[in-house]
Design a binder for this molecule. Sequence first.
Ligand SMILES: [Zn+2]
Ligand SMILES: [Zn+2]
Length: 187
Amino acid sequence: MASHCPHCKDRNLHPSRIEADLPALSCDGCGGSLLSLVAYRHWRENQPELAQSDGDGDGGKLDEVQDTSVALCCPKCRHFMTKFRLSADARNQIDLCVHCDEAWLDRGEWQLLDRLALAGRLTQVFTQPWQNRVRSTEAERRAEQLWSERLGTDYLRAQELREWLRGNAQARDILAYVNQVRDEIPR
Ligand SMILES: [Zn+2]
Ligand SMILES: [Zn+2]
């Protein structure tokens, strides 16, 4: 039985290739592809030279890549698919059916994975540690943004000082020394 595109609904998916030796099922309407992780793992085993990256690479024009924000139904089992963030930089999410191990890639998302040097690590994206790391990186960046707004023009200087202290064996002593000014500062 033909599988329907989870996005267009009225279109069937047809056999295609994401890479020369990586088969998938694609939709002519939206350009999305359903990728079996079994096929992906098989392909991955034959690509030992693929770059390893932590996902923080330069994604280029990330916002031009299509992304589905609505919940998708797996074309195979009709369960809702789960969304997984790629990195703190890319807003894109990859949908995965955790029952069938089938991933849905919107148009351009495979190329995005490639640009982020994540094409070789797709299965890692679907793990809790990866998702936790994306969230904590985002939280750190938000906190940093708030400090930058609060400190204004002194922010860069404060950041430099912090980085300098981070690598300094005497950091505790220096902080104690500097902290002496605390009592002199008007509240
Ligand atoms: Zn479609
Ligand atoms: Zn499914």
